[in-house]
Design a binder for this molecule. Structure first.
Ligand code: CJB
Length: 824
């Protein structure tokens, strides 16, 4: 095994670096070593940021030892591996998660304490790694945690964007990498050339071609170790950064043209500079396609290089490699694999296609038409000319088959084609993803059903489609964010095993009828609410009543998610309070309505919604008639670490998308797991959540997916007045227009979307929403009943762990097995 030097010397050296997980002094030694030799500082000039960095580097040492063992074990064993390609990885902070997964949290807490620091304060020094926008990016983060925990051989591949999400009010980009990031290891030795533009020359009498010219740059790897929970297994997240092929143009420099001499260098680096800030919205920019290609090409070159070390023929690739595409963003990798096999490896076209279509699987995350990627053909052809040729061949073969099955059905061929006709033409990435994959899945039962009955109706036989309902990791979304509830569960069950087998929490369901347990459970919720109240007070100067109902709608701002329904409900409540007599006011339930989320920078209506929330908050929170009956909170700069404070404090989980629009939702799972009652439409994973917690423990509302189309049609073509559709909403609009929350004209474009077509059925669902809120208020009056339902919610969430989701993928799509690294 040891290829260099003396094996014993190596072994002894590695063992000398080993720290026992309970060894406080040993941990302190490694932290101090980083203080003095990595950071070149001393006890006398060490601030919290420095102490955080040294602690993080010490933890990183632990992770890297495991990472090394995992990679060398898997290299030796050569199991089939899954590669999860996601353009977004919304990881959040790492330190707390890492020490919990290593089972070293107490040791690090004591060691840093002894060195004069409070561990919680150090945790707060860390920047969020926010390489994502919303649910899709956070899902990838949960999945890689589960892959590592389940000992599945797998890696994630993404992009190392320097500037991540955009702040909604300030539009300030977040340069999260402006401090040293201790969690990434630059691999300057792992890099691949990437070509753009150029020309293609056919090779006569073959399906091969030579693609040359254009621009070339390099993709360089940065590795992020991902520890599994309670296992040695440590996965890898490999992120690519663009670099120039030669950093410097010596000819320009010598000719005295200094600007030109560095231009090509910054041009290349710009490719991976920004994260596109859209969620559920396709932007169609060339730079984005460049990002996608760089990431996919580098990942494939890396995967194939690893496979080639096995010295096996190409047709066995699907026995060793499966690639899961998180949405259509990595679809170009299907074509890239074809290109490499055909042009570079000289594999015949049909053989290459047979291999490729056994390697890829595609997850769809949305049915919204504006989110489906389709590239203008001229743009695509200019940037990736060889890939377009291959797509034409794929499409021709595909449509020939369709024509055989449905002779003469030209309309079907037009619908199914990978190329959309028109001026210009478009390349439909979802169609390409479906044709090139052996399995396609949606992310919740209802969503997977809708995919097959609506947008992808024609595209794949029944066998090709499946469902994998999303899940969230209970390590971050319970153990880390709600340690007291986690402890109560562990104490009551008598073991921590539920953290890797979440189904076990269902054993606690009968505790709903135990008054003492209810008391303990409620105390934890109150403490979490108090912790949030403290943060709101210190950060926003806002006082909230811990005895009020905390409702949480925390997600991207989007018309389909209908923050409006919630907001108009708040205004309705405000008007009711204003009209009520002091006697009547005493009977009104107290609410704290919490919103958090970002809007894409160019999404005008979503920004207007934020503006109205903020202005409603200004009036409501300071109106003496309201007293403590109502508070409205909009939390700026929503992030994973903010979510970790909000979620454990929520009483009500607001999930009110128009039925049929939210593919799954995942905050519904996190909030449910932390005991928030579901106030939701019959949409996405709400359906399965309501089924598991029992409909009498949730508040369902609104039209059903099956009816939405008809109501929408009638809103447009048999319009009735808003007054007729919802007199309550008409009154709310009047108040806005009258200037109750500042200049009413400002909101005209927002209100108009609802006066006119009301595509998302806000007016049609408003009455039902208010009725559901009334039921919430009634139940709140009986705290024992409320707590029962809260317990029945939390402990019925056992299916919504990402461990279950990832196991489903492993069994029904990837066909891979756990391959745990031996403990010693
Ligand atoms: N989703 O976050 C995104 N971005 C997109 O562009 C498309 C979909 C979300 O993915 C989540 C994970 O599957 C889903 O839970 C959520 O419903 C969907 O909107």
């Amino acid at each position: 095994e040891w290829t260099v030097g003396d094996a014993q010397t190596w072994k002894t050296a590695i063992e000398a670096e080993q720290v026992d997980k309970d060894d406080v002094q040993g941990v302190a030694n490694t932290v101090v070593r980083h203080v003095t030799t990595t950071l070149a500082r001393q006890a006398g000039n060490l601030d919290e940021l420095g102490a955080y960095q040294a602690t993080a580097l010490s933890v990183r040492d632990q992770l890297l030892k495991r990472w090394n063992e995992t990679t060398s074990y898997h290299t030796k064993n050569a199991p089939k591996r899954v590669y999860y390609l996601s353009i977004e990885w919304l990881m959040g902070r790492t330190l707390d998660n890492a020490v919990l997964n290593l089972d070293m949290r107490n040791t690090y807490e004591s060691a840093t304490q002894k060195l004069g620091f409070n561990f919680e304060d150090l945790l707060n020094e860390e920047r969020d790694a926010a390489l994502g926008n919303g649910g899709l990016g956070r899902l990838a983060a949960c999945y890689i945690d589960s892959m590592a925990t389940l000992n599945l051989p797998g890696w994630g591949y993404g992009l190392r964007q320097l500037i991540s999400s955009t702040g909604e009010q300030l539009e300030a980009p977040d340069p999260w990498l402006d401090r040293e990031n201790p969690w990434e290891i630059p691999r300057l030795d792992v890099s691949y050339p990437i070509r753009f533009y150029g020309r293609v020359e056919a090779i006569p009498n073959s399906s091969r071609a030579i693609w040359s010219g254009g621009n070339e740059c390099l993709a360089v790897a940065y590795d992020v170790p991902i520890p599994g929970f309670a296992t040695k297994n440590t996965a890898n997240l490999r992120l690519w950064a663009a670099r120039p092929i030669q950093g410097f143009d010596l000819n320009s420099f010598n000719a005295g043209n200094y600007e030109a001499s560095v231009a090509s260098s910054s041009d290349a680096e710009n490719i991976t500079r920004v994260l596109y800030p859209n969620d559920n919205m396709y932007a169609g920019k060339e730079l984005r396609l460049k990002q996608q290609y760089l990431w996919c090409s580098a990942s494939l070159q890396d995967i194939l290089r690893r496979y080639q070390k096995l010295n096996l023929p190409w047709d066995q690739l699907p026995d060793y490699v499966v690639i899961q595409m998180n949405d259509t963003h990595p679809t170009i990798s299907i074509v890239e694999l074809m290109r490499i096999l055909i042009d570079e490896e000289e594999v015949p076209y049909d053989v290459a296609w047979g291999i490729t279509t056994k390697v890829f699987a595609y997850t769809n995350h949305t049915v919204l038409p504006e989110a489906l990627e389709k590239w203008p053909l001229p743009l695509f052809e200019n940037l990736l000319p060889r890939h377009l040729q291959i797509i034409y061949t794929i499409n021709m073969n595909f449509l020939n088959e369709v024509a055989k099955r449905f002779p003469g059905d030209m309309d079907r061929i037009r619908r199914m084609s990978i190329i959309e006709e028109g001026t210009p033409k478009f390349v439909r990435m979802a169609h390409l993803a479906i044709v090139g994959s052996f399995k396609v899945n949606g992310v919740a039962a209802l969503h997977s059903q809708l995919l097959q009955s609506t947008i992808f109706r024609d595209l794949k036989g029944r066998d090709g489609f499946t469902n994998v309902t999303n899940g969230v990791t209970p390590r971050r979304w319970l153990l880390q964010c709600n340690p007291r509830l986690a402890q109560l569960i562990t104490d009551t069950l008598g073991s921590e095993h539920w953290l890797v087998n979440l189904k076990q929490i269902s054993q606690l369901l009968p505790m709903a009828d135990n008054a003492e347990f209810r008391h303990a459970f409620r105390e934890i919720k109150i403490e979490n609410k108090a912790r949030l109240a403290d943060v709101l007070h210190s950060e926003l100067g806002l006082s909230v009543d811990v005895d009020s109902i905390f409702t949480c709608q925390i997600k991207r701002l989007h018309e389909y998610k209908r923050q409006t329904l919630n907001l108009f409900g708040i205004i309705h409540r405000y008007l009711r309070i204003k009209k009520a007599t002091p006697q009547e006011r005493k009977k009104i339930a107290k609410h704290t309505a919490i919103f958090a989320g970002k809007a894409a920078p160019g999404y005008y209506i979503a920004k207007l919604v934020i503006r109205l929330i903020v202005n409603v908050a200004k009036i409501v929170n300071h109106d003496p008639d309201v007293g403590d009956l109502l508070r409205v909170v909009f939390i700026p700069d929503y992030s994973v670490s903010v979510a970790e404070v909000l979620i454990p404090a929520a009483d009500v989980s607001v999930q009110i998308s128009t039925a049929g629009t939210e593919a799954s939702g995942t905050s519904n799972m996190k909030l449910g797991l932390n005991g928030a009652l579901l106030l939701g439409t019959v949409d996405g994973a709400n359906v399965e959540i309501a089924e598991d917690v029992g409909e009498d423990n949730a508040f369902l509302l609104g039209h059903l997916a099956a009816d939405v189309e008809a109501v929408r049609y009638s809103n447009s073509y048999n319009p009735t007045s808003l007054e007729e559709r919802s007199p309550e909403l008409a009154a709310v609009f009047k108040a806005i227009e009258a200037g109750t929350f500042g200049d009413g004209h400002v909101y005209e474009p927002l209100l108009k979307t609802i006066y006119d077509h009301d595509y998302y059925l806000v007016s049609n669902d408003f009455g039902s929403y208010l009725a559901a809120e009334n039921l919430v208020d009634e139940l709140w009056a009986d705290q024992e009943e409320w707590t029962k339902k809260s317990i029945r919610t939390a402990f019925a969430m056992g299916s919504f762990t990402s461990d279950r989701s990832v196991q489903d993928y492993a069994d029904s799509i990837w066909s891979i097995e756990p391959d745990p690294v031996p403990e010693n």
